[in-house]
Every structure is written in C-alpha cells, then in structure tokens.
Write a protein that binds this ligand. Structure first.
Ligand SMILES: [Mn+2]
Length: 309
C-alpha cells in the first residue's frame, strides 16, 4: 500500500526522513521532498514521492495501488498499472543535482557508468568529469549530433548537451567523434556546427554493411592518451534492435557494430561512460534494455586496468 496525506504523526515523519532525505523545512503533513534538494526519481518509487505507509491509521486520505488483472475478459496487463502510474508521478528537472552527485563520485577516483535518462544528463555529468580531468575526448554514438542551440526556448534539453559542453570548454574538440548520425535536422547543413568545432562526424551511411574495426583504429589514434568519455545514445542503433527510445531513426547501427565501437575503445583512458535514452514503454519485448545492459557491461570491460579473459 502506498499512501499520503495525513495529520501529524511522528513515525511517519521519521519514515519520511529516512526514505527520502532532506526537505527544506519540516512539515506536520506528509509532503514530498523538495525537488530543490532531492532529484525526483531518487528513493522509493511512491505516488508523488510521498512517504510510504503500512497503515491507514492517522491518515486523512491515501493512494492505494491494487495491482490485479485476473478479472479481465481479454488483454491482461493492468497489474502493472499502479507501478507505472507511480513512476510517472514524478518529474525531473535538475542539472545542479546531477552535477553535484557526480562531483562526489569522480572525486573519489570512481569511474561513473551511467544508466540514463535522456541525453541532457550528459551535460552536468561532463561538467563534473571535466572539472576533475580537464576537457575530455568524446566517443559519441547517436542518431543525432545533439548540438542544437535551443528548442522551444530551452537551452537545456536532450538535443543540446554537446553544444552546452562546447560553450563551457568541457570537450577537447579535436578529440570528439560522433558515430551513427542520421535522421532529420533543423539546419540545412546539420554537421556545420560540429565541423566548425573540429569534431569528426561519421554518418550512419558510412557505417552501413561494414565492420567498424578500421574506424575504431583511427578513433584510438584521434583520442591518444588523454581522458575520454563514452556517451552512447541507444537511438544510434537501428530501431529494429532498439525500438524502446523516444526519437527512433531508421537505418541505424547494428548491435555487432556497437560491440565493435565499445571494444574498439579498449586501451583508451576512459574516465566515464553513459548509456542514455532507453524508454522501456516503447518496447514490449524488453530487448532495448537488454541491449543497454549488455553495452554497459561491455563498457565496464574496456575501462583502464580491467582484465578480461
Ligand atoms: Mn542523443
């Protein structure tokens, strides 16, 4: 049972404090933690991020999930409704929280392997990573360059992270490669900005029906000994393999090519990795997340100092 809204009750207040961490000020009501201090997807996935209760005692009202669908006459599946509704009842918006968390992670010498999340998260992550390592080289796999300046008046969304990174000097621009790029663009020459920065752009067409082993030999030369970050947008792969994503583009990379890219990073000074844009609701098979899990494992295997059999 997940619940909310109650009059003052000490035990629930304590439960709240331990489950969801700091709130701006104590309240005598059950309230979600302030999004100013606690990112929305953090902690137990309760309705509206309210404290979970095991008893209705002292509550004025309660959200209650009933995950049962054995009464359906045709398609079952409503048993997953409560879980999904709770998950959708949060909303994320904080670069600062991400940056501060990653500052702590990289300060200890830990290499973060991030499970996104949309691609906008790479910007605050790279703020923290570049603060420690200096401007980084980037192996960026994606259907899109993600170098737009703005959309709908927003400077920070999943189409702008690498423009923001350039703005702040977080990238060593001569050591950036973008692989698998295709699809629609807002500009007549979609690669102009990237080329002007000195990025290497490898469109999907240049990858079709080929091994990417030779390309990765060139990429290793380009990256040299400096710090490298791998940012892998799952939509770089063809939607036949990875349909579970928000902005699919046809004629993308294969899983075999993805392995060639990641395995081709072995020997580089990798200081961080992410795998972003997996949206499970668009893939009933779960294969997109399966692919994502495997690609993250492959990234782990190519980190400096990791020995594989
Ligand atoms: Mn992207």
């Amino acid at each position: 049972m997940s619940c909310l809204l109650r009059t003052a009750r000490l035990s629930a207040q304590l439960l709240f404090a331990s489950a969801a961490a700091p709130c701006r000020r104590a309240s005598r009501f059950n309230v979600p933690p302030s999004a100013e201090f606690v990112a929305r997807p953090v902690g137990v996935c309760s309705m509206l991020r309210l404290p979970v209760q095991t008893s209705a005692e002292g509550l004025d009202a309660a959200f209650v999930g009933v995950p049962l669908d054995t009464g359906t006459s045709n398609r079952p599946g409503a048993r997953f409704g409560p879980q999904q509704i709770r998950a959708e009842s949060v909303m994320v918006r904080s670069c600062r929280r991400i940056r501060e968390s990653y500052q702590k992670i990289v300060a200890s010498g830990c290499v973060p392997l991030t499970l996104g999340g949309d691609h906008s998260i790479t910007y605050p992550i790279l703020q923290a990573v570049a603060e420690k390592h200096g401007p980084v080289g980037l192996v960026h796999v994606d259907a899109h360059t993600d170098t737009s300046d703005m959309a709908l008046g927003e400077k920070i969304y999943h189409g702008t992270p690498f423009r923001r990174c350039v703005d702040e000097g977080l990238l060593d621009c001569s050591r950036v490669v973008q692989i698998g790029i295709r699809g629609s663009s807002y500009a007549p020459n979609p690669y102009k900005y990237c080329w002007d920065q000195g990025f290497r752009v490898v469109p999907a067409e240049e990858c079709w029906m080929k091994s990417l082993v030779p390309l990765m030999g060139e990429v290793r030369q380009q990256m040299g000994d400096g710090p490298v970050y791998i940012s892998f947008d799952i939509d770089g792969l063809d939607p036949a393999y990875a349909p579970g994503t928000g902005t699919p583009e046809i004629a993308g990379l294969t899983p075999m090519q993805a392995l060639e890219i990641i395995r081709g990073c072995k020997g580089l000074n990798i200081v961080g990795c992410d795998l972003v844009e997996v949206a499970p609701i668009y893939d009933v098979s779960g294969n997109t997340a399966l692919l994502g899990a495997n690609l993250l494992f492959e990234m782990l295997c190519v980190l400096p100092g990791v020995k594989t059999m």
